[in-house]
Design a protein around this ligand. Structure first.
Ligand SMILES: [Zn+2]
Length: 115
């Protein structure tokens, strides 16, 4: 279950931020930006996150995920394309060589703590 590794990344990023800013209040929401290629199952990510954060300031935090679709630029004609499913082919020139630009993101965008 690769969500576990990702959940532990998120926990360490947010925990570091709390420590660096000396925030001692519980976290209620964590916003994430996750590319489609990461193939995250949100429920399973939340489940792993919950199991890692028991008895910490993060224990009741909800994960809010913004999904970024896979997209790139055609190497032949430069058209920007958003991909839904393979085969990945340029609709203009039928080129198959793409430079992928989005879809691999995995970022903690922001988080909210209790007042
Ligand atoms: Zn093209």
């Amino acid at each position: 279950m690769h969500e576990l590794g990702i959940a532990s990344e998120i926990v360490s990023v947010v925990t570091d931020a709390l420590n660096n800013q000396s925030i001692g209040r519980p976290v209620k929401k964590i916003r994430l930006t996750i590319g489609e290629m990461r193939q995250i199952v949100p429920d399973s990510l939340q489940f792993c996150f919950d199991s890692l954060t028991r008895d910490t300031l993060l224990e009741n935090a909800r994960l809010e995920i913004r999904h970024i679709p896979l997209s790139g630029t055609c190497s032949s004609c430069g058209r920007e394309i958003e991909f839904t499913e393979p085969p990945f082919r340029c609709p203009d020139c039928s080129g198959t060589e793409m430079q992928m630009q989005h879809g691999f993101e995995l970022d903690v965008t922001s988080f909210e703590v209790e007042d």
